[in-house]
Design a protein around this ligand. Structure first.
Ligand code: HAM
Length: 416
């Protein structure tokens, strides 16, 4: 047996975890300012929750779920996404007694997809859901919050693509129109789209196979087939987005891989350098899902951000770092004073690692360098007698003698 991780399941190592933390903390501070509260959801749910919400004929439910029988033979599934669990919790805990509920969550999701850079079998999302608001302003404001989040992280080239998928009053007629069109142009369709033509013809619109792109080139457009309510909603979303200074790209071919969407859907793409894995966030409105799962009729809007993809986009220079300081004590008495000083420095937020090795100072300085220390602090007999330490800046080898009570100010300030 080789001890390696399963393909598509990644370790996120120190060096990258700082970027992840920065992403999560930025999300938290921005989302919180918009009234979102965190919810922690289980990683496994009953399989039927996903089958009923995401849709039986979607790729996710058909072939990407990690589904197992537990010890009692009940079918359970590692969550492939967070919206269905959030809605389940919303209904179960009667969160609908508040007029609007704004939830935010983060954690791993699982899909049995073909792994490649930017697409994994375990991946992390930050998701947010506005439950109980039908106004197009909720769509626009939430999207503007998301764009603000990408702006704060200085993500380059973040582009918002929007579409409307209509609702129960206009989508069935459109589906029929599209079905008839696809029947006539079926010769070019890929096997997958051919198979789904009866159940989920919309998928052919965003299939990446050349034959499907060709076959659907002149297909009827959903945006042109919206009922009055959906068309007005879509117009208003665009109007309010403009108020927030956002000019979205209208993409009438954008169909999401989850069946619960109604009206507004969107994707935010950026230059990830990963070809088709360029969606860093996606979501939309799902006005029917809460009632579909047994709750009161509740209009909702939400999104999820893919943390791995976003982390690839983040310039590491944007990630705040806290430099490491290695403390070197020379002599027994210095160790005693050192323990006291280190404790004080740590309390003021400095990252200190004491070097427990013995031997020549030169060798110990080399160890400090290999540990990646920004500073080495030396306390020898002379320093002890004078109430000072020698601080070496490892980058430029500059050395200074500093009184004990000034160390925290100097090293602490360097990390901020
Ligand atoms: P989704 O489009 O399936 O939507 O996923 C959202 C984001 O998760 C994608 O844009 C991508 O960045 C990331 N993602 C998805 N699959 C993978 C993967 N295999 N590897 C790496 N990253 C991935 C949802 O999940 C919906 N629940 C979003 C939503 C919330 N809609 C309404 N509320």
């Amino acid at each position: 047996m080789s001890v390696t991780a399963i393909r598509g399941f990644n370790d996120i190592l120190p060096g990258d975890t700082e970027a992840w933390r920065h992403i999560e903390q930025t999300a938290w501070s921005i989302f919180s300012a918009y009234g979102f509260s965190e919810i922690k959801l289980p990683i496994v749910e009953k399989t039927e929750l996903f089958a009923r919400s995401i849709g039986e004929t979607t790729d996710i439910v058909e072939k990407e779920m990690y589904t197992f029988a537990d010890r009692h033979g009940d079918a359970i599934t590692l969550r492939p996404e967070g919206t269905a669990p959030a809605v389940r919790a919303y209904i179960e805990h009667k969160l609908y007694t508040a007029p609007v509920t704004r939830l935010y969550y983060t954690g791993p999701m699982f899909r049995y997809e073909r792994p490649q850079k930017g697409r994994y079998r375990q991946f992390y999302q930050i998701g947010a859901e506005v439950l109980g608001d039908e106004s197009p302003r909720a769509d626009a404001e939430t999207l503007s919050m998301l764009m603000k989040f990408f702006g704060t992280l200085k993500v380059k080239g973040a582009t918002l693509q929007v579409n409307s998928l209509g609702d129960a009053s206009c989508r069935p007629a459109y589906k029929k129109k599209l079905y008839e069109y696809l029947k006539e142009h079926s010769s070019g369709l890929c096997e997958n789209c051919l198979r789904r033509i009866e159940t989920n013809p919309l998928r052919a619109l965003d299939c990446k196979a050349t034959g499907c792109i060709e076959a659907t080139r002149n297909a009827p457009s959903l945006v042109d087939s919206l009922c009055e309510g959906c068309a007005t909603h879509f117009d208003k979303v665009r109007y309010f987005l403009k108020l927030y200074g956002i000019e979205p790209v209208i993409n009438p071919r954008m169909v999401r891989g989850l069946d619960y969407y109604t009206r507004t859907t969107f994707e935010i793409t950026a230059d990830t350098g990963l070809g088709s894995q360029n969606a860093v966030a996606a979501g939309g409105r799902y006005d029917g899902l809460v009632s579909e799962l047994g709750g009161p009729s509740t209009p909702c809007f939400g999104f999820a951000i893919g943390i791995e993809r976003l982390s690839l986009l983040l310039e590491r220079s944007q990630v705040p770092s806290s430099p490491l300081t290695v403390f070197i004590a020379l002599g027994i008495d210095a160790e005693k004073k050192g323990v006291e000083l280190i404790s004080l420095w740590r309390s003021s937020g400095i990252r200190v690692v004491e070097d427990f090795s013995t031997g020549a100072l030169k060798t110990r300085m080399k160890r400090a360098d290999r540990l990646g220390a920004a500073f080495a602090v030396i306390l020898g007999e002379n320093e002890l007698a004078e109430g000072v330490v020698t601080i070496k800046d490892m980058k430029n080898a500059a050395q200074e003698t500093i009184a004990w009570d000034r160390v925290a100010g100097i090293i602490g300030g360097a990390g901020k």
